[in-house]
Each structure stands twice: as C-alpha cells, then as structure tokens.
Design a protein around this ligand. Structure first.
Ligand SMILES: NC(=O)c1ccc[n+]([C@@H]2O[C@H](COP(=O)([O-])OP(=O)(O)OC[C@H]3O[C@@H](n4cnc5c(N)ncnc54)[C@H](O)[C@@H]3O)[C@@H](O)[C@H]2O)c1
Length: 279
C-alpha cells in the first residue's frame, strides 16, 4: 500500500490486516500505527517505486496487489505546481512500476472532487454518480482526472489489468464526528460536497472489496457514506439549494446525494457506519 501512513491508509491497513492480507506500507512518512511493516520511499522517484513494487531485500518477495493512496490529499495544502508534480508523478511511477512488476490488481484513490466540487456550477442532476464526464475545478482534481484517463490507457495496453479508482468523499474518523452537529447551524458550510462524507472504516471496506472485484479493465466508483452530515432531511436541502435540478430518483430521509449504486453492484460495497451512531 502506498500512503499507508495517512488518514485513509491507516484505516485501510487495519482493515486489510484484520482480513488476512499481508500489507507493506510504502510511504515517505512513518505511520503512527505499527500494524504493517513500513518502508520509507519517495514515490516521485521512479527507481524507488520500481524497487518498492518488486521487493526490497528481505522485506517481502513480490506483490499480489497494489493499493495506491499516496498523494497530497486536497487542494490548497501546497502550491498547485507542487501538488501536480507530486501526485501526477507518483501515480505514473507506481502504475509503470506495477506494469514492470507484473501486478495485475490495483485499487487507487481518486476523489469526489472530479464530480465538480465545490459545485459553483451545479451538478447536472441528483443524486450524482459516475455517468457524467469529470469536471475538475482545481489542480488537485485535474490530476485525479488525468490519472483516471491515464489508467484507462494502462488497461488498454494490458487487457488483463484490473484497476479500480475510488472517488472517495471527505474521509472522517469517529473523532471527527463531534464537529458534525455544528454543520446544522449553517448548511452552506458543507454544500461544497453536497453534505457528503465517508467513514474511514467504510472507505477501507470499499478498497478491500474492490481488490476482489470480478473482471478486468478500469472502473471508477463513487465511495460515500449512505447518509449526509446533516440532520435536515436531504429533500429539504435539495428544495432549498437545488430546486431546479433534475432528480433522477426519489431520495428519502438523510440519504446521501452521492450515489454508490455502482460500487454496490460491482463489488458489493456495503457501508456499515454513520456518524449518527457516535453523537
Ligand atoms: N482525505 C480525504 O478527504 C480524501 C477524499 C478523497 C480522496 N482522497 C485521496 O485519498 C488518498 C489518501 O488520502 P489521506 O486523507 O489519507 O491523505 P494523507 O495525507 O493523510 O495520506 C497520504 C499519505 O501519502 C504519503 N505521500 C504523499 N506523497 C508521497 C510520495 N511522493 N511518496 C511517498 N509517500 C507519499 C504521505 O506521506 C501520507 O502519509 C489520497 O490519494 C487523497 O487524494 C482523500
């Protein structure tokens, strides 16, 4: 796993280890957890990426599958050129190195941002899904879009390659949920991603299940929690902020406006967690 020391990575290492996988954490920073052996690598360096995926000394021999999460994880954390350089180079290097190493099963982190966040241009319809073309509105999101396009070509070159891009919503730990009730005071605070989130444990579940999906080729799937961050019913939010948008199917209760239907269908994604059980 690349980026196994990060927020999503730590939850994913835990989930995979608990489900019997042997995981090696390839990251440029150590993890606060010690659940998987850690090797420090800078994946912008192709040589290091190749060594990391073919096996470093006695750490491990060969790699069955790759989970690629390493990235600068949002717009604005670094200058755009630095985000572009790190994320684009890292993803090219790990896919190219995986090709060399003969790794045929890859799950990588794309992002909800490719759906058009922060929706200054409203989405084409609700609930949003994978059926419309990406609308990146930042350099971070532009790179995620480029990666999705690049992987399509890697899969065309190797028809046996299975590569699943997961468009994660905003990743949350249980410790983040204390802040949720305050969103109720100002719904505009979370309108930028249609009031969505993903519990890190369910994000990890999606990665594990995507590793086991049937078939080859590139697929991209939205991964969000089944509900919104709000106590206001979802239809009240739609009527207040997007009254003119096409509603493609009925939405009830606190249901998310990000559809995860495709992930459910393709690999049985079955989110189990909601912030409502922790407040
Ligand atoms: N956090 C979110 O809300 C969110 C939402 C959608 C998608 N994502 C994506 O999910 C992935 C994981 O995000 P996260 O929140 O865990 O981020 P994070 O910053 O907590 O973890 C990313 C990890 O990648 C490592 N890394 C970055 N560049 C590297 C490089 N060149 N070489 C080696 N290691 C490198 C970092 O050291 C870090 O440990 C990212 O690809 C991010 O873009 C995150």
């Amino acid at each position: 796993m690349t980026g196994g020391s990060g927020k999503l990575g730590r939850a994913c290492v835990r989930d995979l280890v608990e489900h019997g996988w042997e995981v090696v954490n390839l990251d440029r920073a150590p993890s606060t957890d010690a659940l998987a052996p850690y090797t420090e690598v800078d994946l912008t360096d192709y040589g290091q990426a190749v060594e990391a995926l073919t096996g470093i000394d006695d750490r491990y021999e060969g790699v069955d599958a790759l989970v690629h999460l390493a990235a600068i994880p949002a717009p604005g954390l670094k200058a755009n050129a630095a985000t572009f350089r790190n994320n684009a180079l890292t993803t090219f290097n790990v896919f190219q190195a995986a090709k060399l190493a003969g790794i045929g099963n890859i799950v990588w982190a794309s992002s909800e941002t490719v759906l058009g966040l922060p929706f200054e241009t409203p989405p084409p319809y609700l609930p949003i899904d994978e059926e419309y073309a990406p609308r990146p509105e930042s350099t971070y999101s532009l790179v995620k879009t480029m990666e999705e396009t690049m992987v399509e070509q890697f899969c065309r070159w190797d028809p046996e390659l299975k590569a699943t891009g997961l468009r994660f919503s905003n990743v949350m730990y249980v410790s983040d949920y204390a802040a949720f009730p305050a969103f109720e005071d100002d719904p505009l605070l979370r309108k930028w991603n249609l009031w969505s989130y993903i519990d890190a444990r369910d994000g990890a579940q999606a990665i594990r299940l995507a590793l086991g999906r049937e078939g080859a080729g590139r697929e991209v799937c939205v991964i969000a929690s089944p509900d919104t961050v709000m106590s206001t019913p979802t239809m009240d939010l739609v009527n207040a902020y997007y009254p003119d948008l096409e509603l493609r199917r009925p939405v009830s209760g606190h249901e998310s406006l990000m559809s995860t239907e495709k992930a459910r269908r393709l690999f049985g994604y079955d989110p189990r967690h909601t912030w409502r059980n922790h407040i």
